[in-house]
Design a protein. Sequence first.
Length: 298
Amino acid sequence: MQVEQMQLIDGKKVAAQIKQEIAAEVKNMIAAGKKQPHLAAILVGHDGGSETYVSHKVKACAECGFKSTLLRYEADVTEAQLLEAIAGLNADPDVDGFIVQLPLPKHIDEQKVIEAIDYRKDVDGFHPINVGRLSIGLPCFRSATPQGILTLLERYNIETSGKHCVVIGRSNIVGKPVAAMMMQKSYPGNCTVTVCHSATAHLKEITRTADILIAAIGRPEYVTEDMVKDGVVVIDVGTTRLPSTTTKSGWKLHGDVDFEHVAPHCSYITPVPGGVGPMTICSLMKNTLLAAKHEIYK
């Protein structure tokens, strides 16, 4: 059976609306004599994906009326030099929030870098203090991709309370935080959450019971038609670049879901690209605004 009315969740459209809302708020802040929000980013090396993400973030800052600073380092930067740059941003009163674009070169300890960031400026929501506060439902900077997912569910008025949400993937960036958010006693949330991963037995039997399926495993087209039930809401977090002869760039972005065959069974589904991706950057902008207003940490 196929669902009669499948609706595409347009992350690009929602992100554009939210950026307009942020820009209007920033205009009012500046008119009231308040400081312009300022987001900084540290980019190490020349990874294609990271370059693209950071350029999108700089562009989004301009759209939202933020000031942005990009600090670039070559791939051979030492850990000590990077930690020094982070200390500088922590101490700069003009910088409201900053991010260190991941992944980092192998000789740098990512966890050490994350923990060096002042949690009050950690707009990526990766610092253990923000992660811990998230897990017990306290105000914090929420990890951008999971927050983007929840915003999409909210903007499309998708019912979540009492639903079975299955998350495929247990990363610290998406899987774990989105599972924590979806089980909180709030909307969107209040779900019964199952987290599946590479060692999960009987995966298909579990995913077929999902009312909401969040695929964040990083394997292209991993979720197939026989893994979903009719009427499911599918959120595809995957962004794998695969070679393509049909695009100018020579590559094409693929999600974790076999969209063509899964979509007909869904009540709602996010496309790749244009689904969760634009919302991630949008959530980062929202976190920066919160940091500038000192709404979470006074």
